[in-house]
Each structure stands twice: as C-alpha cells, then as structure tokens.
Design a protein around this ligand. Structure first.
Ligand SMILES: CC(C)(COP(=O)(O)OP(=O)(O)OC[C@H]1O[C@@H](n2cnc3c(N)ncnc32)[C@H](O)[C@@H]1OP(=O)(O)O)[C@@H](O)C(=O)NCCC(=O)NCCS
Length: 280
C-alpha cells in the first residue's frame, strides 16, 4: 500500500502542507533547493496513490544528509516514516557514503535509533525578535571573492565539504552573508540567513574565535532587526549559547545530531549557527 517515488515540483503543495503539520519553517524556496541539490535523492511516499510523506537526501562527498522526514498527521503510525527512512538509507548506501547524518527531533529520534543511528551532540533552536543592536564595524558584507575562503573555513569546522549548499545559499540571497577577518586579512568567520515561513533562519555560520562569532551573530540580528528569527546552536558552543541568552532569545526545541557509519571530525564549539536540520 506504500509506494515511494521521486519528489517532483508538483509535490510542492504537499510538501508545504506536511511542513505545516509539523510546525516546520521551510519555504517553497527551501524545498526547491533540496530538489536542485539532489534531484535523484528526494522522495515522496504515497499511501493508496495519495502523497502523504517526504524525505530528502543531500550528498556532500562521503557524507549523506537525510532530512525532511515528514508524514501527514492522519497517516502516522502505519510504518510510512520507517519506509521512507529505509529508502533514504538505501539511496545513500548505493552511493557508497561512509557516514549518514541528520538532526533528529524528539519525535524522529526513536525511528533513527532503531535503524542504527547514534547520538553525537545536542543542538537547540533559539527564537526571538531580532534586536537592532548595531552593525559591528569589524563585520562586512561578503562578496563572491570571499566564497573560496568561506568554503575552506566551513569545511575545516564542519568536516564536510558543503560547497554546493553554501554557493547556492549565497546565490539565492547574496546581500545577506557577512564575514569577519583578522587584521592580516585571514577569514575568522562567516554567517548567513534565509527567509522562513515563521521566522528568518540564521545560519549556517562558523567562527574560529568567540569575539568574531559574537560580532557575526550580532550583525545577523541587526540585518533582521524587528523580525522573528530562529538560530540553531550546538550546546557545545558555550559562547554562542551565552550570546543567545544575552540577546534575549528563548529555547524553542531541541535537536540531536545523529550519525550512522564513520565519525566525522567536526568542531561544534566553533559552529555559531547550524544551517538548520536540513543540512546540519
Ligand atoms: C516522525 C514521523 C516522520 C514518523 O512517521 P510515521 O509514519 O508515524 O512513522 P512509523 O509509522 O514508521 O513509526 C515509527 C515510530 O513512531 C512512533 N509512532 C507510532 N505511532 C505513532 C503515531 N500515531 N504518531 C506518532 N508517532 C507514532 C513509534 O515509536 C513507531 O515505532 P514502532 O515502529 O516501534 O511502532 C512523523 O511522526 C512526523 O511527521 N512527525 C513530525 C515531523 C518530525 O518530527 N519529523 C522527524 C524529523 S527529524
């Protein structure tokens, strides 16, 4: 009764409905990006011909990200979520990935544990209305000339070559990305943001020094001043958690970063904002 097939542009209304059921923040532009980044790796589950579930994959070299596991409220508890996950895992296995990763909601975590995923570390989504605070002078708008250094730094911190994602995010909203450099010119960090249905999602963003991270995060808030924002921060980044508390942001929901397969060498203490659960 369950059939899994490729996700298509015509599925966008279903995707947006399931997103709404789950209280997620993605826009149509987000779903289009998932399909553009991995056209053969985004799937829909049909129950008796009706589209009722989704899952997306994204390949970053030997690492595969699974996201957007959503099942229509009325169709939950029938094994559809598990089948979608198995399909996503088969897809990544066939491509020979060394590691599968994802950010689990408390609802998704039991499914992933049963399928062999283990917890790596916690993240928390913080939310609030962005305060103007002022644009720190050390922070400037990124140009396309900064992209090479941004991609290099992101890879050093996340242990993942996310070039495809970061380039795409930059192209979608070139005016939003901010960078900060040392007096010698060396890049210390970057941060970006994108629109969401409920709030602007700040991230991804990394910084090798806490002062640089704070300045970037403040610049991101200043850019969104007066509007609702979400930012997903690893609990291991104590400086970022302190910054969020100081700025009056409130904890909304926890995520658990999980993996199946080889460990990825990454530095959550230097991650100031995850890209969101979609791609870590
Ligand atoms: C998480 C989710 C995708 C599971 O989909 P599903 O089709 O209900 O999953 P399954 O039927 O395969 O059930 C998997 C587990 O969910 C739990 N479950 C069972 N019935 C359920 C129900 N009616 N409602 C919610 N969860 C249920 C059980 O732990 C079950 O384990 P079991 O196989 O030992 O019974 C779905 O609840 C959902 O869309 N949640 C909101 C979005 C979300 O949090 N997604 C996870 C992102 S990380």
């Amino acid at each position: 009764m369950i059939r899994i097939r490729l996700m298509r542009a015509e599925d966008l209304p279903t995707c947006m409905l399931l997103r709404e059921h789950a209280g997620f923040n993605q826009t149509e532009a987000d779903w289009r990006r998932f399909m553009a980044l991995q056209p053969d790796g985004c799937f829909v589950a049909e129950w008796e011909g009706r589209p009722v579930g989704t899952v997306t994959n994204c390949l970053f070299g030997p690492i595969g990200w699974i996201a957007m596991l959503l099942v229509h409220k009325q169709f939950r508890g029938r094994g559809i979520g598990t089948r979608l996950m198995q399909h996503a895992m088969e897809y990544l296995d066939q491509r020979g990935v060394a590691t599968m990763r994802l950010d689990a909601t408390p609802m998704g975590r039991p499914i992933y544990e049963k399928l062999g995923f283990v917890a790596e570390y916690g993240l928390v989504r913080l939310q609030g209305i962005a305060s103007a605070g002022g644009q720190p002078r050390s922070v400037r708008c990124a140009t396309s000339g900064d992209l090479g250094s941004i991609l290099h730094l992101d890879r050093q911190v996340t242990g993942t070559d996310r070039s495809r994602l970061i380039r795409r995010l930059y192209q979608e909203n070139p005016q939003v990305t901010r960078v900060i450099s040392a007096p010698g010119g060396q890049l210390l960090g970057y941060i970006t943001a994108r629109p969401g249905m409920q709030a602007t999602q700040i991230g991804p963003g990394v910084a090798v020094e806490a002062d640089a991270g704070r300045a970037l995060a403040d610049a991101a808030l200043a850019h969104c001043a007066g509007r609702p924002v979400f930012i997903d921060i690893p609990l291991d980044n104590r400086a970022a958690m302190r910054w969020a508390r100081d700025r009056g942001l409130e904890q909304q929901r926890p995520f658990t970063r999980m993996r199946r397969g080889a460990a990825v060498e990454n530095k959550p203490a230097l991650m100031w904002a995850s890209s969101g659960p979609e791609k870590g």
